[in-house]
Design a protein around this ligand. Structure first.
Ligand SMILES: Cc1ncc(COP(=O)(O)O)c(C=O)c1O
Length: 480
């Protein structure tokens, strides 16, 4: 394909994408295919000779679309949202064209510098403490990671390295293995599985703290377990708080937890993967109060801030904690400016070496929507969730299982777990809307997350009538 053909095909692809997005609600939100559906549809081996572009494009509808779950359909209410917007898609295209690997400032100065400034812009939108920003001459700064999982792992490893160095400074006879075997990290029993996984990968104990009746971890619960563990000879070093838990969008009480972590010299990380986007609205910013005690904070603009996957933003209060933990300096990566103190080499801030020009997506989206446009988008989703909540509240057959703070509604039919499991099975098997469940206390609960950018009130009303209809059928079948 030469540039002339690319011009033509590119325009066709933009039309295809625009049509896909505009007409997405006509497609069934969840596919009908069975596992293994795809292999028989394409050859066993890659083609020996080049094929026609037309033939490739024809296969999008024949091979791919039948197996796509349409996350951007306004009938998709599962998991949490994943973001999509036209400006972000255009920026991604440009990023692909520039195709640089921005592991150091020298490897592509614009890639590095735009990222540092965008993380400051976003940090200011969130009203993060100044310490977290790079442009204020402070010690902190931000970086784009691929996912929240990587961000958590990265800071856990940095915290581990920091405590090991600290102990060895006083006790040079203690080996790293000895110290690591005594380390203990904490998180909520509601935390995302990626936090527990970070502990597994990092080779440290991860203890889950019991949350309260609002699914929130409180300061005294953390204090108690730290004291018990110190008495056993263990070394508490890391706590991961969650703002906006995956099951129910609950908020750990970081104004209580922060002072405990600071007093105990424990690294506090905040995982706000989903909820973080809402903190750009002044009315939701109080949910982030307590961030001033944190060592690191992360959320996913690729979830709810109109920036396509992948873009997970991580800020640290002291960037030397992160950069200093795993520095490698082979000759082939060195450049003239790295000791100048003026530039960032992001390869030290992450696990991989390579990195895409992801900050372009932030830049395009921030400029095309403006802070006001982004706030309006968040508010609209929350209003839609409140609309769904009020429909539920008016129907005595249902109960709401957790406070509706943002755009997630957890609900169930009053009755057994089996009843609710059957309801969810029926909802999902009709393929009209798509939901996933969660477990809260011992209850099987349905999660209704407003996800798509194009969701409107009429979709909420349709989803509700559909759920009501299936619930009525189900309840009628029960023995009276
Ligand atoms: C609270 C929370 N943390 C972490 C994650 C994992 O996100 P990622 O896929 O970016 O690793 C999720 C995903 O939904 C989440 O809800």
């Amino acid at each position: 394909m030469d540039a002339a053909e690319f011009r033509r095909r590119g325009k066709e692809m933009v039309d295809y994408v625009a049509d896909y997005v505009e007409n997405i609600e006509k497609r069934q939100v969840y596919p009908d295919v069975e596992p293994g559906y795809l292999r028989p549809l394409i050859p066993d081996e890659a083609p020996e000779e080049a094929e026609n572009y037309e033939d490739v494009v024809k296969d999008i509808e024949r091979v791919i679309m039948p197996g796509v779950t349409h996350w951007h359909s306004p009938y998709f209410y599962a998991y949490f949202p994943t973001a999509q917007s036209f400006p972000a898609m255009l920026a991604d295209m440009l990023s692909g064209a520039i195709g640089c690997i921005g592991f150091s400032w020298a490897a592509s100065p614009a890639c590095t510098e735009l990222e540092t400034v965008m993380l400051d812009w976003l940090g200011k939108m969130l009203k993060l403490p100044e310490d977290f920003l790079a442009g204020t001459g402070g010690k902190g700064g931000g970086v784009i990671q691929g996912t929240a999982s990587e961000a958590t792992l990265m800071v856990l490893l940095a915290a581990r390295s920091k405590i090991v160095k600290l102990i060895q400074a006083d006790h040079p006879d203690q080996s790293e293995a000895d110290i690591t075997s005594k380390l203990v990290a904490y998180t909520s029993d509601q935390a995302h599985s990626s936090v527990e996984r970070a502990g597994l990968i990092g080779g440290v104990r991860m203890k889950k703290i019991l949350s309260d009746d609002k699914f929130s971890v409180r300061g005294d619960a953390l204090q108690r377990i730290i004291e018990e563990d110190r008495a056993k000879g263990l070394i508490p070093f890391f706590f991961c708080a969650t703002l906006g838990t995956t099951p129910s969008c609950a908020f750990d009480c970081i104004t209580e937890l922060g002072p405990v972590c600071n007093a105990e010299k424990i690294w506090m990380h905040i995982d706000a993967a989903y909820a973080g986007s809402a903190f750009i609205c002044p009315e939701f910013r109080p949910l982030l109060n307590g961030v001033e005690f944190a060592d690191s904070f992360n959320f996913n603009p690729h979830k709810w801030l109109l920036v396509n996957f992948d873009c997970s933003t991580l800020w640290v209060r002291k960037r030397s904690d992160l950069i200093g933990a795993f520095k490698m300096e082979p000759l082939y990566l060195k450049h003239d400016h790295q000791e100048s103190g003026l530039v960032t080499d992001y390869r030290h801030w992450q696990i991989p070496l390579g990195r895409r020009f992801r900050s372009l997506k932030l830049w395009f989206v921030f400029r095309m929507y403006g802070l006001k446009g982004l706030q309006a988008y968040i508010r609209k989703h929350i209003e839609l969730a409140k609309e769904f909540e009020s429909l539920l509240k008016a129907d005595q057959r249902f109960e709401i299982s957790a406070d509706v703070v943002l755009a997630l509604v957890c609900f169930r039919l009053k009755g057994s777990n089996e009843l609710n499991e059957t309801l969810l099975k029926r909802i999902n098997s009709t393929r009209k809307i798509h939901l996933v469940p969660c477990q809260l206390a011992d209850k099987f609960v349905l999660r209704f997350a407003v996800c798509a950018r194009t969701t409107e009130s009429r979709h909420i009303q349709e989803a509700w009538s559909h759920i009501c209809h299936l619930a009525s059928e189900l309840l009628q079948e029960l023995p009276h």
